[in-house]
Ligand binder design. Structure first.
Ligand SMILES: Nc1nc2c(ncn2[C@@H]2O[C@H](COP(=O)(O)OP(=O)(O)OP(=O)(O)O)[C@@H](O)[C@H]2O)c(=O)[nH]1
Ligand SMILES: [Mg+2]
Length: 275
């Protein structure tokens, strides 16, 4: 099954991003540390191929620390500056500003040789929906300049922010690519909250999420839900009983599915990496 989810505002945003790219000095590319491969948007490679780039793996607090450290190392092999951050806690400001100045070094040298006066760097933040672009800007600016919410598609228009004497950042709407040739990628993006859930059948998402946890983090189900087995329906009944999802003597398993997916997405089952 190939799915399509490319809301109207994204088509417009893509055009506007292309139009503004020539104005920016570099790109801050955000990826979700739980899925650094699947959250890499091929559109960003195409749009920003000639720009210095800082890669930030976000939501480090939600990913498996060992896997994230491996990813940082691997991505750095391409001579890119890569940092993994919990945007809500880490010293985001210093780390990002230092990272931007580092990737800009060759450009600064060119400016100098051409006699161009140093000025604040203009960076564009790019990434899939819900990865933390607007959060990153708010943390840098130390105030709530951008609207942030835990669902994809919050930012709808491009907006500049002066976040530091040396840095201006352009916030952009999260972009997805039009077609997911790879269904597994779409599933991971839905399980982590970057594509609207309604795009994929909830049963399939639950099934995939459940299989993933059984395979990679088998203790998580017993720790959070007290469930020791490996049968999805049985597990959903356990949630229904615990949370009172029962009507006229019947279990409302749909509510169990919604709860399970929400808790998985928001990291309630513990730090996990899908890649
Ligand atoms: N735990 C955790 N949550 C984060 C982190 N970064 C962002 N978030 C949360 O992720 C959600 C989405 O953040 P936004 O900044 O709105 O994401 P965005 O990339 O701007 O999303 P769009 O505008 O929809 O493209 C919010 O609930 C943030 O609080 C992080 O490092 N750790
Ligand atoms: Mg946003």
């Amino acid at each position: 099954m190939s799915i399509h989810w490319f809301p109207g505002h994204m088509t417009k945003a893509k055009r506007e991003i292309e139009a503004r790219l020539s104005m920016v000095d570099c790109i801050i590319e955000l990826r979700d540390s739980r899925l650094p491969l699947s959250s890499r948007n091929p559109l960003i490679d195409e749009l920003g191929k000639d720009k210095p780039r800082l890669i930030v793996l976000t939501k480090k607090d939600m990913s498996d620390p060992i896997k994230t450290a491996e990813w940082v190392k691997k991505l750095q092999e391409d001579n890119t500056v890569v940092i993994a951050l919990n945007l809500l806690k880490d010293d985001t400001r210093k780390l990002i500003v230092d990272g931007v100045l580092k990737v800009m070094e060759p450009k600064f040298a060119r400016w100098k040789s051409r006699g161009i006066q140093p000025r604040a760097v203009k960076a564009m933040v790019l990434g899939i929906p819900n990865v933390g672009k607007s959060t990153l800007i708010n943390q840098l600016a130390k105030k709530k300049l951008m609207t942030v919410a835990n669902k994809p598609g919050v930012t709808m228009a491009l907006k500049w922010a002066n976040v530091h004497p040396k840095l201006d950042i352009l916030d952009t709407p999260g972009l997805l690519w039009g077609r997911f040739e790879d269904h597994e990628v779409a599933l991971k993006l839905a399980l982590s909250g970057s594509i609207a859930e309604k795009v994929l059948p909830i049963e399939e998402l639950c099934d995939e999420g459940f299989k993933f946890i059984l395979r990679d983090y088998p203790l998580a189900l017993s720790q959070r839900y007290g469930y020791e087995g490996s049968d999805l329906t049985e597990f959903l009944i356990v949630i229904a009983k615990k949370r009172g999802y029962i009507q006229n003597g019947e279990y409302k398993l749909n509510e169990s599915m919604v709860t399970f997916l929400r808790e998985l997405r928001q990291g309630d089952l513990g730090p996990m990496s899908m890649e």
